[in-house]
Unconditional design. Structure first.
Length: 83
């Protein structure tokens, strides 16, 4: 299932992800710190969405109260709810 999420409070403008039976099969961020977000995407592919949520929830970027990885957790929760 393809899912698109608009993050809030971070530099990235869009998160596109693919889920199959709760497993992340593809992830792409638009905007943000390109190299870091490519790394995040590579590290989470093949992992269960629930595990990624537990690992990345609450990461803070420069006192923003959120981060691109934290916003990914919200995207994953929304995708799981729509699955």
């Amino acid at each position: 299932m393809h899912f698109t999420y608009t993050p809030r409070g971070v530099c990235s403008r869009k998160i596109d992800l693919e889920l199959e039976d709760g497993v992340i099969t593809d992830l792409h961020f638009t905007g943000g710190c390109h190299g870091n977000l490519q790394g995040v995407a590579a590290l989470v592919k093949g992992r269960r969405a629930e595990d990624v949520i537990a690992t990345l929830r609450g990461i803070n970027c420069n006192g923003k109260g959120t981060s691109c990885p934290d916003q990914l957790t919200f995207a994953l929760e929304a995708a799981l709810a729509a699955e």
